[in-house]
Every structure is written in structure tokens, then in C-alpha cells.
Design a protein around this ligand. Structure first.
Ligand code: PAF
Length: 287
């Protein structure tokens, strides 16, 4: 596995693969890798003969009081895991290479609508940071395919929309959420949980499962289900941010007649200093 830090070297390698007719699949990450990321790499390897991952902790997607400075940076261990996973190329650019000018002077990419709800409502500049850096990484890496996890479902649909709207010739692939044995979705932020909080954390997924099952069994008063779910999470120590049933692709709220549509439940809740997110299909059931 090669590790490359500069755009010039990245471009040279990508061009050589393109000349040889080899397609490339790309997995963008912020590092501190876990099994969920390694599953993205595995999927990328199934999709294309060449695989590229990036590690870049993107300041533009963190709010002023969020964990940018403290976000775990574990490049040596990440490299070891990516090498073992069979990745071809790790791109780990420096901050100045991605943002050579002050952040507020850089061109930004915005996807309206989809980013105004759920995580976008409680983290106002988050998706602007995500779409801007992903658009830049797409232009730097120029892959044929890019692979994202469904745990960040909203991010996945936002990136699909951005790619379509900007006519970016990259196929976006989503992969199912990877979970611990007790159901907790794998996340770099799980490392912030104390032992006691870690024991409580799977309740988020369990509550999504219970509410999805109740919906499927005919309890389709979604505001009532959402209210009850939030109360249950609060009772075990979470501070719920949202627990909402929405259309999977448009993220709009369902109308009463939409009960057979492709709906998902989305949840975000604080547990100590970890903000956990998760989501589940209601129908059809996929992950
Ligand atoms: O999902 C992430 O880790 C990040 O949001 C991403 C896509 C790498 C952009 O910084």
C-alpha cells in the first residue's frame, strides 16, 4: 500500500491506473478507523481493481464548539489496518493542501433542502463542510466509484444529490451499517463513551427496532411513536436530539397515506460527550 500526501503524486498514480484501464473505487474517511470503515474498503475492493482511501479530519464540517481539536488522530494504526485490508493507496493530505486559503475564503458547495433537517438542523454548517470537502476529494482523487456507510444515511443522500446536481461522473455506493454484537452502530465517537455509557448505548438501536416493528404492526401515528421513543431514551440517560420517521430518499415527513413508502427512522442522541446517530429502514427492511 502506498501512502501519498500530495496532490501531484496522487494525480500521477491515478493517471497511470487510468492509462492501464483500471477503474478505482474511493473510500473517504476522517481516520480513527474501525470495522465499519474496513467494510467500506472491502466493498470498494469488490467493485474495482484499484482502491483508494483518504484520511482527512475536515475542520469545515465541525461546529465551533464541536470536537475538531480532540477528534482522534491515529494515522499509524489506520495505515496498518488499511494495509491489512488490501487497500492500494492511502491519500492523507495536509490541511494546507486541502484549504490553501482561510476557510471562510474558500469556495463552498451547498445542497439545499436535504441538509436543513435532522443533523443539518442541529449542526447548521456540518453538511456544507461535508459536501465541500467531498467535492474537493472527488476532484482530487477522480475515482469511478465512491463508497459511503449507511450509518450516515443523510450524508449518503446529500452526497448522491450533490453528485447528480453537479454532474460528477462518480457512482455512489452505500453499504449497510456495521454493528457491535449488541447492536450499537460502529462509530469513531463510541470511543468517547464511559463503561457505563457504553452499556446503555445499544438502547438507541433497540429503540429504533422496537418503533420500526410497531410501525409495521400498524401503529402508524408517527408523532406518538417518536415522542414515546424520545421519552424512553431520556429515561435511560440519553439527551435525544431527534427521533424522526422520514422518507428515505427525500427526507420529507410522511403523509398519512404514505404508509407503504420507503420510510426510515432516524435518531441522534447525546450520551455524555458522544453524539450517537443511527437509522433503520421501516419498509422495506434492509439493514
Ligand atoms: O463520513 C465521514 O467520515 C466524513 O463526513 C467524510 C465523508 C470523510 C467527509 O469528511
Amino acid at each position: 500500500m502506498q501512502t501519498i500526501h500530495t496532490l501531484a503524486e496522487l494525480r500521477a498514480q491515478a493517471a497511470a491506473w487510468r492509462r492501464a484501464g483500471e477503474r478505482a473505487a474511493f473510500v473517504p474517511t476522517m481516520g480513527n478507523l474501525h470495522q465499519g470503515h474496513l467494510c467500506l474498503v472491502k466493498r470498494a475492493r469488490e467493485l474495482a481493481p484499484r482502491t483508494i482511501a483518504s484520511i482527512f479530519v475536515n475542520p469545515l464540517q465541525f461546529g465551533p464548539n464541536e470536537d475538531y481539536t480532540g477528534y482522534p488522530r491515529t494515522l499509524d494504526e489506520d495505515r496498518r489496518q488499511l494495509q491489512a485490508a488490501g487497500l492500494d493507496l492511502l491519500f492523507a493530505p495536509d490541511l494546507d493542501d486541502v484549504y490553501p486559503r482561510p476557510l471562510e475564503e474558500m469556495t463552498q458547495v451547498t445542497v439545499p433542502g436535504l441538509t436543513a433537517v435532522l443533523c443539518g438542523a442541529s449542526r447548521p454548517a456540518h453538511f456544507l463542510g461535508v459536501t465541500t470537502v467531498v467535492a474537493k476529494l472527488f476532484n482530487m482523487v477522480q475515482p469511478d466509484i465512491a463508497v459511503f456507510g449507511e450509518k450516515d444515511w443523510q450524508q449518503l443522500v446529500v452526497i448522491r444529490r450533490m453528485t447528480a446536481d453537479l454532474n460528477i461522473p462518480i457512482e455512489i455506493i452505500g453499504t449497510p451499517t456495521v454493528r457491535e454484537a449488541d447492536g450499537l452502530a460502529m462509530s469513531s465517537r463510541n470511543g468517547y463513551l464511559s463503561t457505563e455509557q457504553r452499556a446503555v448505548a445499544p438502547t438507541l438501536h433497540a429503540t429504533l427496532q422496537t418503533m420500526a416493528a410497531r410501525w409495521r404492526h400498524g401503529e402508524q401515528n408517527y408523532p406518538a411513536l417518536e415522542k414515546e421513543a424520545k421519552a424512553q431514551l431520556t429515561a435511560v440517560g440519553f439527551q435525544p436530539d431527534y427521533f424522526e420517521i422520514r422518507h428515505a430518499e427525500t427526507l420529507l415527513r410522511p403523509r398519512p397515506e404514505d404508509t407503504a413508502a420507503d420510510l426510515r427512522i432516524f435518531a441522534a442522541a447525546w450520551l455524555g460527550r458522544a453524539r450517537l446517530i443511527d437509522n433503520l429502514a421501516i419498509a422495506p427492511l434492509t439493514s
